[in-house]
Design a binder for this molecule. Structure first.
Ligand SMILES: [Zn+2]
Length: 352
Protein backbone atom coordinates (compact mmCIF):
# COMPACT_ATOMS: atom_id res chain seq x y z
CA UNK A 1 0.00 0.00 0.00
CA UNK A 2 1.01 3.59 -0.52
CA UNK A 3 2.40 5.40 2.48
CA UNK A 4 -0.13 7.61 4.30
CA UNK A 5 1.12 11.04 5.36
CA UNK A 6 1.10 11.33 9.13
CA UNK A 7 2.44 14.56 10.51
CA UNK A 8 5.29 16.91 9.54
CA UNK A 9 7.69 14.81 7.39
CA UNK A 10 6.48 11.46 8.74
CA UNK A 11 4.49 8.79 6.94
CA UNK A 12 2.75 5.55 7.81
CA UNK A 13 4.21 2.81 5.63
CA UNK A 14 4.05 -0.93 5.07
CA UNK A 15 6.90 -1.31 7.55
CA UNK A 16 4.67 0.23 10.23
CA UNK A 17 1.65 -1.87 9.25
CA UNK A 18 3.76 -5.02 9.46
CA UNK A 19 5.27 -3.92 12.78
CA UNK A 20 1.82 -3.32 14.25
CA UNK A 21 0.60 -6.71 13.05
CA UNK A 22 3.65 -8.56 14.27
CA UNK A 23 4.27 -6.93 17.66
CA UNK A 24 1.22 -5.00 18.78
CA UNK A 25 -2.12 -6.02 17.28
CA UNK A 26 -2.64 -8.98 19.60
CA UNK A 27 -1.39 -7.15 22.68
CA UNK A 28 -2.51 -3.49 22.74
CA UNK A 29 -5.91 -3.29 24.48
CA UNK A 30 -9.05 -2.38 22.55
CA UNK A 31 -9.29 0.87 24.45
CA UNK A 32 -6.44 3.39 24.67
CA UNK A 33 -6.13 6.59 26.66
CA UNK A 34 -3.05 8.67 25.80
CA UNK A 35 -2.38 10.86 28.82
CA UNK A 36 0.38 12.95 27.20
CA UNK A 37 -0.24 14.41 23.77
CA UNK A 38 0.38 17.91 22.39
CA UNK A 39 -2.39 19.36 20.27
CA UNK A 40 -1.92 22.90 19.08
CA UNK A 41 -3.42 24.52 15.97
CA UNK A 42 -0.51 25.76 13.84
CA UNK A 43 -2.23 29.13 13.36
CA UNK A 44 -1.42 30.00 16.99
CA UNK A 45 2.28 30.22 16.27
CA UNK A 46 3.50 33.75 17.03
CA UNK A 47 7.10 33.38 15.95
CA UNK A 48 7.58 31.98 12.47
CA UNK A 49 10.38 29.42 12.27
CA UNK A 50 13.15 30.57 10.01
CA UNK A 51 15.63 28.26 8.36
CA UNK A 52 18.23 29.73 10.69
CA UNK A 53 16.22 28.80 13.78
CA UNK A 54 15.78 25.27 12.51
CA UNK A 55 19.50 24.89 12.15
CA UNK A 56 20.24 26.43 15.51
CA UNK A 57 18.65 23.78 17.64
CA UNK A 58 17.63 20.28 16.66
CA UNK A 59 14.32 20.38 18.50
CA UNK A 60 13.29 23.31 16.28
CA UNK A 61 13.60 21.08 13.25
CA UNK A 62 11.56 18.29 14.77
CA UNK A 63 8.71 20.02 16.50
CA UNK A 64 5.86 21.11 14.28
CA UNK A 65 2.52 21.67 16.00
CA UNK A 66 -0.42 19.40 15.12
CA UNK A 67 -4.03 20.59 15.09
CA UNK A 68 -6.87 18.54 16.59
CA UNK A 69 -8.29 17.23 13.30
CA UNK A 70 -4.87 16.02 12.17
CA UNK A 71 -4.14 14.54 15.58
CA UNK A 72 -7.37 12.56 15.39
CA UNK A 73 -6.60 11.35 11.87
CA UNK A 74 -3.11 10.23 12.93
CA UNK A 75 -4.42 8.33 15.95
CA UNK A 76 -6.96 6.53 13.79
CA UNK A 77 -4.09 5.50 11.53
CA UNK A 78 -1.61 4.32 14.15
CA UNK A 79 -4.18 2.62 16.43
CA UNK A 80 -6.27 0.64 13.92
CA UNK A 81 -9.56 -0.63 15.33
CA UNK A 82 -8.99 0.91 18.75
CA UNK A 83 -11.29 3.07 20.82
CA UNK A 84 -9.19 6.13 21.57
CA UNK A 85 -9.23 9.11 23.90
CA UNK A 86 -6.58 11.35 25.37
CA UNK A 87 -5.50 14.14 27.66
CA UNK A 88 -4.32 16.87 25.29
CA UNK A 89 -2.43 20.07 25.91
CA UNK A 90 -0.79 22.72 23.75
CA UNK A 91 2.81 23.44 23.02
CA UNK A 92 4.38 24.81 26.24
CA UNK A 93 6.40 27.47 24.49
CA UNK A 94 6.38 31.26 24.37
CA UNK A 95 6.48 31.00 20.56
CA UNK A 96 2.71 30.29 20.66
CA UNK A 97 -0.38 32.21 21.63
CA UNK A 98 -0.94 30.14 24.75
CA UNK A 99 -4.30 31.67 25.68
CA UNK A 100 -5.76 31.12 22.20
CA UNK A 101 -4.42 27.58 22.06
CA UNK A 102 -5.89 26.78 25.49
CA UNK A 103 -9.26 28.19 24.45
CA UNK A 104 -9.37 26.19 21.22
CA UNK A 105 -8.72 22.93 23.05
CA UNK A 106 -11.90 23.39 25.02
CA UNK A 107 -13.93 23.21 21.82
CA UNK A 108 -11.79 20.69 19.93
CA UNK A 109 -11.55 18.23 22.83
CA UNK A 110 -15.24 18.47 23.78
CA UNK A 111 -16.11 17.66 20.17
CA UNK A 112 -14.06 14.46 20.30
CA UNK A 113 -14.71 13.30 23.84
CA UNK A 114 -11.10 14.08 24.78
CA UNK A 115 -9.90 15.82 27.94
CA UNK A 116 -7.41 18.64 28.14
CA UNK A 117 -5.10 20.67 30.33
CA UNK A 118 -4.24 24.32 29.92
CA UNK A 119 -0.65 25.39 29.45
CA UNK A 120 -0.08 27.63 32.49
CA UNK A 121 2.13 30.68 32.73
CA UNK A 122 4.37 30.79 35.81
CA UNK A 123 3.57 34.46 36.42
CA UNK A 124 -0.21 34.03 36.72
CA UNK A 125 -1.49 34.96 40.15
CA UNK A 126 -3.90 32.53 41.84
CA UNK A 127 -7.04 34.37 40.66
CA UNK A 128 -5.93 34.30 37.05
CA UNK A 129 -5.27 30.55 37.15
CA UNK A 130 -8.65 30.04 38.77
CA UNK A 131 -10.35 32.02 35.98
CA UNK A 132 -8.46 30.20 33.25
CA UNK A 133 -9.36 26.80 34.67
CA UNK A 134 -13.03 27.72 35.04
CA UNK A 135 -13.31 29.29 31.60
CA UNK A 136 -11.56 26.45 29.81
CA UNK A 137 -13.19 23.47 31.46
CA UNK A 138 -9.70 21.96 31.69
CA UNK A 139 -8.83 19.21 34.18
CA UNK A 140 -5.67 21.03 35.22
CA UNK A 141 -2.37 22.39 34.01
CA UNK A 142 0.72 21.65 31.99
CA UNK A 143 3.48 23.88 33.42
CA UNK A 144 6.92 24.02 31.83
CA UNK A 145 10.21 25.70 32.63
CA UNK A 146 10.57 27.19 29.18
CA UNK A 147 7.58 29.44 30.01
CA UNK A 148 9.55 31.28 32.67
CA UNK A 149 9.77 34.84 31.31
CA UNK A 150 13.12 35.97 29.86
CA UNK A 151 13.98 33.05 27.56
CA UNK A 152 16.88 32.80 25.17
CA UNK A 153 15.58 31.94 21.67
CA UNK A 154 18.61 29.76 20.85
CA UNK A 155 17.80 27.19 23.53
CA UNK A 156 14.77 25.92 25.41
CA UNK A 157 17.10 25.02 28.27
CA UNK A 158 17.97 28.39 29.75
CA UNK A 159 15.93 27.50 32.82
CA UNK A 160 16.70 23.79 32.77
CA UNK A 161 18.19 24.00 36.28
CA UNK A 162 15.21 25.90 37.72
CA UNK A 163 13.35 24.83 40.82
CA UNK A 164 9.91 23.32 40.10
CA UNK A 165 8.42 26.18 42.12
CA UNK A 166 9.80 28.72 39.64
CA UNK A 167 7.38 27.51 36.99
CA UNK A 168 4.74 25.87 39.21
CA UNK A 169 4.56 28.44 42.01
CA UNK A 170 2.97 27.90 45.39
CA UNK A 171 0.09 30.30 44.75
CA UNK A 172 -0.92 28.15 41.78
CA UNK A 173 -0.41 24.89 43.65
CA UNK A 174 -2.88 26.12 46.27
CA UNK A 175 -5.54 26.60 43.61
CA UNK A 176 -4.74 23.22 42.05
CA UNK A 177 -4.97 21.54 45.44
CA UNK A 178 -8.33 23.15 46.23
CA UNK A 179 -9.73 22.06 42.89
CA UNK A 180 -8.12 18.60 43.03
CA UNK A 181 -6.78 19.48 39.58
CA UNK A 182 -4.38 17.48 37.49
CA UNK A 183 -0.75 18.48 36.82
CA UNK A 184 1.43 16.86 34.15
CA UNK A 185 4.89 17.80 35.33
CA UNK A 186 7.99 17.69 33.16
CA UNK A 187 10.73 17.84 35.80
CA UNK A 188 13.68 20.20 35.27
CA UNK A 189 17.45 19.61 35.57
CA UNK A 190 20.08 17.85 33.49
CA UNK A 191 20.24 15.18 36.21
CA UNK A 192 16.52 14.48 35.69
CA UNK A 193 14.09 13.26 38.35
CA UNK A 194 16.84 11.83 40.55
CA UNK A 195 18.35 15.25 41.28
CA UNK A 196 17.95 15.68 45.06
CA UNK A 197 16.11 18.98 44.63
CA UNK A 198 13.54 17.38 42.30
CA UNK A 199 12.95 14.49 44.69
CA UNK A 200 12.58 16.85 47.64
CA UNK A 201 10.24 19.20 45.75
CA UNK A 202 8.02 16.42 44.41
CA UNK A 203 7.69 15.06 47.95
CA UNK A 204 6.94 18.54 49.22
CA UNK A 205 4.17 18.98 46.63
CA UNK A 206 2.66 15.66 47.66
CA UNK A 207 2.73 16.64 51.34
CA UNK A 208 1.61 20.24 50.99
CA UNK A 209 -0.90 19.82 48.16
CA UNK A 210 -2.13 16.23 48.54
CA UNK A 211 -5.38 16.69 46.59
CA UNK A 212 -3.66 17.84 43.41
CA UNK A 213 -3.37 14.89 41.00
CA UNK A 214 0.28 14.89 40.12
CA UNK A 215 1.56 12.99 37.09
CA UNK A 216 5.31 13.01 36.50
CA UNK A 217 5.87 13.11 32.73
CA UNK A 218 8.14 10.65 30.88
CA UNK A 219 8.85 8.60 34.05
CA UNK A 220 10.72 11.67 35.28
CA UNK A 221 12.69 11.95 32.00
CA UNK A 222 14.46 8.72 32.96
CA UNK A 223 15.18 7.54 29.44
CA UNK A 224 18.17 5.46 30.51
CA UNK A 225 18.35 2.70 33.11
CA UNK A 226 20.93 4.43 35.38
CA UNK A 227 18.71 7.55 35.58
CA UNK A 228 15.69 5.41 36.41
CA UNK A 229 17.60 3.43 39.05
CA UNK A 230 18.69 6.64 40.68
CA UNK A 231 15.25 8.24 40.78
CA UNK A 232 12.30 5.86 40.84
CA UNK A 233 13.07 3.88 44.03
CA UNK A 234 13.10 7.18 45.95
CA UNK A 235 9.43 7.71 45.09
CA UNK A 236 8.28 4.10 45.34
CA UNK A 237 6.36 4.73 48.58
CA UNK A 238 4.63 7.92 47.41
CA UNK A 239 1.21 6.39 46.87
CA UNK A 240 -0.96 8.84 45.01
CA UNK A 241 1.93 9.98 42.83
CA UNK A 242 1.50 8.95 39.19
CA UNK A 243 3.80 8.74 36.20
CA UNK A 244 3.26 8.78 32.47
CA UNK A 245 5.53 6.56 30.42
CA UNK A 246 5.58 8.72 27.28
CA UNK A 247 8.82 9.09 25.30
CA UNK A 248 10.42 6.10 27.04
CA UNK A 249 11.78 3.58 24.53
CA UNK A 250 14.02 1.57 26.81
CA UNK A 251 12.45 -1.75 27.89
CA UNK A 252 14.65 -1.92 30.99
CA UNK A 253 13.33 1.44 32.17
CA UNK A 254 9.71 0.33 31.65
CA UNK A 255 10.47 -2.85 33.56
CA UNK A 256 12.08 -1.05 36.48
CA UNK A 257 9.21 1.44 36.64
CA UNK A 258 6.60 -1.32 36.65
CA UNK A 259 8.48 -3.24 39.32
CA UNK A 260 9.20 -0.23 41.51
CA UNK A 261 6.00 1.79 41.18
CA UNK A 262 3.55 -0.94 40.25
CA UNK A 263 1.25 -0.97 37.21
CA UNK A 264 -1.52 0.99 38.96
CA UNK A 265 0.58 4.20 39.08
CA UNK A 266 1.76 4.22 35.47
CA UNK A 267 -0.27 5.80 32.68
CA UNK A 268 0.29 5.24 28.98
CA UNK A 269 1.36 8.30 27.00
CA UNK A 270 2.95 9.02 23.61
CA UNK A 271 4.27 12.59 23.64
CA UNK A 272 2.98 12.90 20.10
CA UNK A 273 3.28 14.44 17.60
CA UNK A 274 7.04 14.13 18.15
CA UNK A 275 6.86 10.35 18.45
CA UNK A 276 5.63 9.91 14.91
CA UNK A 277 9.32 10.25 14.15
CA UNK A 278 10.86 7.19 12.48
CA UNK A 279 13.94 5.52 13.84
CA UNK A 280 15.30 3.98 16.96
CA UNK A 281 17.10 4.99 20.10
CA UNK A 282 20.35 3.54 21.40
CA UNK A 283 21.65 3.85 24.94
CA UNK A 284 25.03 4.03 26.54
CA UNK A 285 25.21 4.61 30.28
CA UNK A 286 23.34 7.81 31.00
CA UNK A 287 23.29 8.96 27.39
CA UNK A 288 21.33 7.98 24.33
CA UNK A 289 21.26 8.71 20.66
CA UNK A 290 18.15 9.19 18.54
CA UNK A 291 18.57 7.53 15.16
CA UNK A 292 16.30 8.74 12.41
CA UNK A 293 16.08 8.43 8.65
CA UNK A 294 14.95 11.88 7.59
CA UNK A 295 17.77 14.10 6.25
CA UNK A 296 17.44 16.75 8.91
CA UNK A 297 20.22 19.24 9.20
CA UNK A 298 21.08 17.88 12.67
CA UNK A 299 20.97 14.27 11.50
CA UNK A 300 24.62 13.77 10.57
CA UNK A 301 25.30 10.38 12.07
CA UNK A 302 23.22 8.02 9.93
CA UNK A 303 22.92 4.23 9.95
CA UNK A 304 23.25 2.12 6.77
CA UNK A 305 20.27 2.36 4.35
CA UNK A 306 19.21 -1.24 4.96
CA UNK A 307 18.96 -0.53 8.70
CA UNK A 308 17.07 2.72 8.14
CA UNK A 309 14.65 0.93 5.82
CA UNK A 310 13.46 -1.10 8.82
CA UNK A 311 12.82 1.91 11.05
CA UNK A 312 9.31 2.24 12.39
CA UNK A 313 7.63 5.03 14.39
CA UNK A 314 9.19 5.90 17.74
CA UNK A 315 5.79 5.48 19.35
CA UNK A 316 5.68 1.88 18.07
CA UNK A 317 9.16 1.22 19.45
CA UNK A 318 7.94 2.59 22.80
CA UNK A 319 4.97 0.20 22.70
CA UNK A 320 7.17 -2.77 21.88
CA UNK A 321 9.45 -1.85 24.80
CA UNK A 322 6.46 -1.62 27.13
CA UNK A 323 5.19 -4.98 25.93
CA UNK A 324 8.51 -6.67 26.54
CA UNK A 325 8.64 -5.22 30.07
CA UNK A 326 5.07 -6.32 30.85
CA UNK A 327 5.78 -9.81 29.55
CA UNK A 328 9.01 -10.16 31.49
CA UNK A 329 7.04 -9.37 34.67
CA UNK A 330 4.13 -11.63 33.63
CA UNK A 331 1.57 -8.85 34.02
CA UNK A 332 -2.01 -9.92 33.50
CA UNK A 333 -4.46 -8.40 31.05
CA UNK A 334 -6.16 -6.43 33.86
CA UNK A 335 -2.89 -4.71 34.69
CA UNK A 336 -2.18 -3.95 31.05
CA UNK A 337 -5.69 -2.49 30.63
CA UNK A 338 -5.02 -0.34 33.68
CA UNK A 339 -1.84 1.10 32.16
CA UNK A 340 -3.52 1.79 28.81
CA UNK A 341 -6.72 3.41 30.12
CA UNK A 342 -8.04 2.34 33.52
CA UNK A 343 -5.57 4.25 35.68
CA UNK A 344 -6.05 7.45 33.69
CA UNK A 345 -9.84 7.18 33.70
CA UNK A 346 -9.83 6.66 37.45
CA UNK A 347 -7.33 9.40 38.23
CA UNK A 348 -9.00 11.93 35.94
CA UNK A 349 -12.49 11.00 37.14
CA UNK A 350 -13.63 9.91 33.68
CA UNK A 351 -15.18 6.57 34.56
CA UNK A 352 -18.77 6.11 33.46
ZN1 LIG B 1 5.43 16.48 26.11
Amino acid sequence: MLPIPLHHVWEYTDVDRAFWQRHLEDWVPKRIFDVHTHVNEPRFRLVERTEEMRRQYWVNELSEPIGAADAQRCYETVFPGREFSCLAFGHPSLDYDIEASNASLRVECARRGWSHLIVSRPDWPAERLEEELKASGALGVKPYYSLIPGQDPSTRDKYLEASIFQFLPHQQLEVLDQRAACIVLHVPKADRLGHPENIAEVKQIRRQYPRARLIIAHLGRCYTLPHAEEALPQLADEDGLYFDNSAVLNPEVHRLALRTLGPSRILYGTDNPIFYMRGRRQWKGKTYINRTSYPFYFNKDREPPEVEAEYTLYMYEALRALRSACESLSLGSGEIEAIFHGNAERLLGLQE
